[in-house]
Design a protein around this ligand. Structure first.
Ligand code: FAD
Length: 405
């Protein structure tokens, strides 16, 4: 039987996994990677610790749940952990199911990948920027920017999205896919810091603290998160904000108004807070907030409550002012005015349309023998190991199916 020649465009998370699976299944495999080494983005994941899966992964953690269900079911977190254990990575499961190598080094992932790829005899060609792929007479020709070309029976596009383009995924994959006749759903940065309309950002810049955060659209809460927030001169970041950013930016791009609601005081009731003010009637209002909220919020929140003289005694506040201040402690809203760019994003929302991809094989429904893996597709997940899990699951399916017959 003739061996399948498979070219994998992109030596990132999903491309590497596909290469290992296809080669183990008997195919001749070549990875074409534009960088001088493979897996550059893996090195920056999980703050250098690589949060490579999440033991609690569920389809609801992704934007296109129906499409990801099969892949996540077949190559699930358990199988991912056992796959990586075989390569030498001992899993360390932390809070909320986030899973890292016990070594706490993302570079461990690259080390075991390089060993396995070499051991299996996968051909890795670096400094190889693919700029076109054509299919003629049942064969693919893959063109590089330097003028060289490679022939293949099957091609896997594993070029990633556009997040953090300096790692190599700068969106070229979308061009390759559309030249082959695939639709691309408009992309935008996700898991990203949000820009806010707020005249007090200068006062708030640098404040980091835990808070409950809600995303508000049409006065309804559409997402709730709890954890650290961090104000910057542009707006807000922190794990809670990254989680909320995907939905926020989706609506923002649809010209909808969305608000970030911050609940500064969540362990007391409004009545308890009001009592506290009543007991501090003789004190200046700015002082009455000390011990309740971070001191650095005080000046901004008083201005927002239209209390312009910060040392006004609590007893001299109007009812409106006092009620506005109490309301703000429980519901401080900021209009979302956009996000930071792809340079700052962890993932890309949008991508190659799933309507034209078989969810069980990752094969194109338009061009037989063409496969897609990972973030280049219109799949993105929450922060916490879900995006790499999708890279592994889709890489597994593409590697397995492209190497069949
Ligand atoms: C800062 C940061 C932290 C992250 N942390 C986590 C985390 O802890 N957990 C998690 O689950 N996810 C995390 N992610 C997301 C995760 O890294 C990606 O979703 C995942 O790497 C996508 O895998 P991929 O194979 O689709 O693409 P990539 O890993 O981006 O790989 C694509 C590869 O293709 C190459 N390439 C692109 N175009 C071409 C071309 N034309 N020719 C040749 N080669 C090409 C690129 O150089 C790159 O090596 C993080 C992302 C960022 C930016």
């Amino acid at each position: 039987m003739k061996l399948n020649n498979i070219i994998i465009v992109g030596g990132g998370a999903s491309g590497i996994l596909a290469a290992i699976v296809a080669r183990r299944n008997g195919a001749n495999v070549t990875i074409l990677e534009r960088n001088s080494r493979i897996g550059k983005k893996i090195l920056v994941t999980g703050n250098g610790r690589c949060n490579y899966t999440n033991s609690l992964t569920n389809v609801t953690d992704y934007n296109n749940q129906e499409f990801v269900a099969y892949g996540l079911g077949v190559f699930n977190p358990e199988r991912t952990m056992s796959f990586f254990s075989q390569l030498g990575i001992v899993p360390k499961i932390e809070n909320e199911g986030k899973t890292y190598p016990l070594s706490e080094q993302a570079s461990s992932m690259i080390d075991v990948f390089l060993y396995e790829l070499k051991h299996l005899g996968v051909n890795i060609i670096t400094d190889a920027l693919v700029n076109n792929i054509i299919k003629r007479n049942q064969r693919f020709t893959v063109f590089l920017a330097d003028g060289s070309r490679y022939d293949a029976d099957k091609v896997i596009i594993a070029t990633g999205g556009k997040a953090m383009p300096k790692t190599g995924s700068d969106g070229v994959g979308y061009e390759l896919a559309s030249k082959l006749g695939h639709k691309v759903v408009p992309i935008f940065p996700a898991l990203v810091k949000l820009k806010l309309e707020c005249p007090y950002l200068k006062h708030l810049e640098g404040i980091k603290m835990p808070a409950k955060v809600e995303l508000i659209h049409k006065n309804q809460v559409i997402q709730k998160e709890e954890g650290d927030i961090l104000f910057g001169n542009y707006g807000i970041s922190g794990p809670t904000i990254l989680q909320i950013s995907r939905k926020a930016m989706d609506l923002y791009h649809k010209n909808q108004k969305v608000y970030i609601k911050i609940i500064l005081v969540s362990s007391l009731t409004k009545i308890e807070v009001k009592k506290r003010f009543m007991n501090a009637k003789e004190k200046p209002v700015d002082f009455s907030l000390i011990g309740l909220i971070n001191k650095r919020y005080v000046s901004a929140i008083l201005k927002e409550a239209k209390i312009f003289k910060q040392n006004t005694l609590v007893k001299d506040l109007s009812d409106n002012q006092l009620n506005a201040l109490i309301d703000l402690l429980f519901d401080w809203r900021f209009l979302v005015k956009g996000s930071k760019s792809f340079n700052d994003a962890q993932v890309t929302a949008g991508g190659v349309s799933l309507e034209e991809i078989n969810p069980e094989t990752m094969e194109s429904l338009k061009v037989s023998g063409l496969y897609f893996t990972g973030e280049v597709m219109d799949v993105d997940g929450r922060c916490g190991g879900y995006n790499l899990q999708w890279a592994w699951s889709s890489g597994y399916l593409a590697g397995l199916n492209s190497s069949k017959g």
